[in-house]
Structures are given as C-alpha cells and as structure tokens.
Design a protein around this ligand. Structure first.
Ligand code: HEC
Length: 176
C-alpha cells in the first residue's frame, strides 16, 4: 500500500499536481470546432420570433447515433448559430413563402459540450451535469459578452432532458 501511494504521488508530481489540475475545459474554453458546418443538424431553422432570431443547431457526428433513451454521451458537442431575423422597413419580422422567418446576419455562435468530469468545479446550484458552455461572436473566435452563468441558469431546469431544451423535438423529428 505504501509503495502504491508513493508511486501515485510521484506520477501526480510529474503530471504537475493532478489533485489541483482541472478535470477538463471550463466555461468559455471550448472552441468552435472548425468543421462543424459539415456536422449533422440537430434542428434547422429554429424559429424564435420572441428573440427576433432564427437558429441553426449542429451536433457532433457521434451524437447522431444517440436515441431518446441512450441520450448524449461524453464527447458530444452542440454548436448553435444565432441569426438575427430579417426585419421589414416598418420593423416587422419578414417571412418567406412558407411563413418562416428569414435569416439576416449571424450574431453569435454558442457551443455546449460534455466530457467525463467536466463542469464539476461549478457550484452545485448551477451545475449542468457534465456540460460546459461558450459564446462567440460571428467570427466564431472572439468571445461573446454573455455571462456564461446565464446559460447554465436557463438550461438548468431541463435536467431530465440532459439540459437540452429541444430534446423531445429533436428525437421526434429523427423518429427515434
Ligand atoms: C433564456 C434561456 C436560455 C439562455 C440564457 C441560454 N440558452 Fe441555450 N438554449 C435555450 C433554448 C430554449 C434552446 C433551444 C433552441 C431555441 O429554442 O432557441 C437552447 C439551445 C442551445 C444550444 C443548442 C443545443 C441544445 O441544447 O438545444 C446551445 C449550444 C446553447 N443553447 C448554448 C447556450 C449558451 C452558450 C448560452 C449562454 C451564452 C445559452 N445557451 C443561454 C435557452 C437558453
């Protein structure tokens, strides 16, 4: 037992103090994956007239194999593009022939991802399982101004849907 402890501590010391090391990226540290536009869509053209936005949600390829009962595994990443909805000159929201909002400029790129042990440094009252959050401007590189605890606070009540607001909508559209 003593030898085991000693070996363990040595390994820890070499790994620059594993007890102190964070277990994964924190809020704001998850980059926008370079190839996300080639990922499967989680949901397309999400209509948010209340926010005057249209949103495109992509999921990392492995997430496409998830079912409503398996849920999303560690390694899942979602990228959501938030577009302003086009407004007419009189300030109303423009719609296309199908009555859908029309995308104007890209405002933000939101990312959420989960991994084993991620997000555990967050106080329990704001912990969203193993999910962490990040916000970027339209260039997908510059950090967005949002306080990332607001992301957590709004997704938090969705704990029984893995913190993913449109969980049921996605799986019913995917017929799983
Ligand atoms: C006021 C509530 C609210 C806040 C604040 C919020 N979200 Fe969400 N989020 C939602 C809803 C609702 C959806 C589903 C899509 C929709 O209806 O726009 C969503 C969807 C997402 C998605 C797509 C994957 C999924 O779970 O459906 C990502 C990624 C995301 N949010 C990240 C963020 C990030 C990052 C922030 C903070 C910068 C944030 N959210 C703040 C409510 C919120």
């Amino acid at each position: 037992m003593r030898t085991l402890t000693a070996t363990c501590c040595l390994v820890c010391a070499l790994a620059a103090g594993c007890a102190m090391a964070p277990l994964g990226p924190k809020d704001g540290e998850l980059a926008v994956p370079a190839d996300y536009k080639r990922w499967p869509k989680f949901l397309s053209a999400v209509q948010r007239p209340d926010a005057k936005q249209v949103r495109e949600i992509y999921m990392s390829p492995a997430a496409a194999a998830a079912t409503a009962s398996t849920g999303f595994g560690p390694g899942t990443v979602f990228v959501m593009e938030n577009y302003a909805a086009l407004e007419t000159t009189d300030g109303k929201l423009a719609t296309d022939a199908e009555g859908k909002l029309v995308k104007a400029e890209l405002l933000r790129v939101f990312v959420m991802g989960k991994g084993a042990g991620w997000g555990q440094e967050v106080p329990e009252s704001l912990r969203n399982g193993n999910w962490i959050y990040a916000s970027y401007l339209a260039d997908a590189r510059s950090k967005g101004p949002e306080d990332l605890t607001t992301c957590r606070a709004c997704h938090l009540p969705l704990a029984n849907k893995d913190f993913v607001p449109r969980y049921d909508e996605h799986f019913s559209a995917a017929r799983r």
